[in-house]
Design a protein. Structure first.
Length: 314
């Protein structure tokens, strides 16, 4: 009698457990459906705002869409990309894009990390410094370009020109000289976006455990050894993400350069993004401009993928 009772109790417990699992699965399924319903509008907007334009961009890059000669429009296949290989203006803009992106990303990460390490040693006033660092970021790029063009780099009356003349170095046309214009736009971009790298790296450094550094000091590790073997590996993910974000911003830079130099003088500051804009909207060659934009997109994805692989330690 007792054996049969225990068997029935076991079966009852098993059925109750199975019922609880079924209820749990049902609740989980309902939660997933509810989450999908909430996410669907955002996914639809994202599809309309990104995927459809990208598909249209790819289609346009395979067409001859020259509004100056609309009677010649039609499908050309890869002719736009073949012509690109023979276009010296494209290669010049590509070289300028590489120089501009590499320089600005390197300067922003280096200066941002140096400032973060310096400010971390200041126990008081960090909040004020963070607020001050936000100011260049919140300015519109076109405002930044006009600010530097009219107040900082203007010949004779600009702040930089006043300093160089006071130091006896003479006056320079910073945005009108082909040899100085690229350096000037690199300085503009670096000034605006270095605070971003500084704030992200400062927040990351603030979370590092102090016990590791105390142990390193007890082992007589120097400042450089602590930085190279402890700090850099710990902030490596943050460094990689900052590099990717800054690289994407530099490759897509437009407003600040356009407001400061317009891509000139000549084509000395005409990076690939500006060349695609000029080709599409000034020269009205939409097809070739679309192919330039596709190349810029592919270049951005390749560089981002390479940098993102550095996120994981060796």
């Amino acid at each position: 009698m007792s054996v049969s009772a225990s068997v029935s109790d076991t079966e009852s417990a098993g059925k109750a457990k199975g019922g609880a699992k079924a209820i749990g699965r049902s609740l989980a399924s309902q939660e997933r459906r509810f989450a999908l319903v909430l996410l669907a509008p955002a996914l639809l907007v994202l599809l309309c705002a990104t995927t459809i334009p990208l598909v249209y961009l790819g289609w346009s890059s395979l067409q001859r869409l020259d509004l100056a000669m609309p009677y010649l429009s039609g499908f050309t296949g890869l002719d736009n990309y073949i012509h690109m290989g023979q276009d010296p203006r494209f290669w010049n803009s590509l070289l300028l894009t590489v120089i501009y992106t590499a320089s600005t990303v390197f300067l922003q990460v280096t200066l941002g990390l140096a400032l973060a390490l310096l400010v971390l040693q200041i126990p008081k006033g960090q909040g004020l410094l963070r607020v001050a660092a936000i100011l260049p970021i919140v300015l519109a790029p076109v405002v930044v370009g006009l600010f530097w063009r009219t107040l900082v780099l203007a010949p004779d009356v600009g702040l930089v020109d006043l300093v160089t003349r006071w130091l006896g170095l003479g006056s320079y046309n910073w945005l009108g000289d082909p040899q100085l214009a690229l350096i000037s736009v690199i300085a503009i971009h670096t000034w605006q976006w270095t605070p971003f790298a500084f704030l992200v790296l400062l927040a990351t450094l603030s979370t590092l455990p102090p016990d590791i550094y105390e142990a390193a000091r007890l082992d007589r590790a120097g400042a450089w050894q602590r930085f190279y073997y402890i700090t850099l590996p710990l902030i490596r993910p943050a460094l990689v993400m900052v590099m990717i974000l800054r690289m994407v911003t530099a490759l897509s830079a437009f407003a600040a350069i356009f407001a400061a130099t317009g891509g000139g003088p000549g084509s000395s500051t005409e990076i690939l993004n500006l060349y695609a804009y000029r080709t599409s909207f000034s020269e009205l060659n939409i097809g070739y401009g679309s192919s330039l934009a596709v190349v810029l997109l592919v270049l951005t994805l390749i560089i981002a993928w390479i940098i993102f692989r550095l996120r994981r330690p060796e």
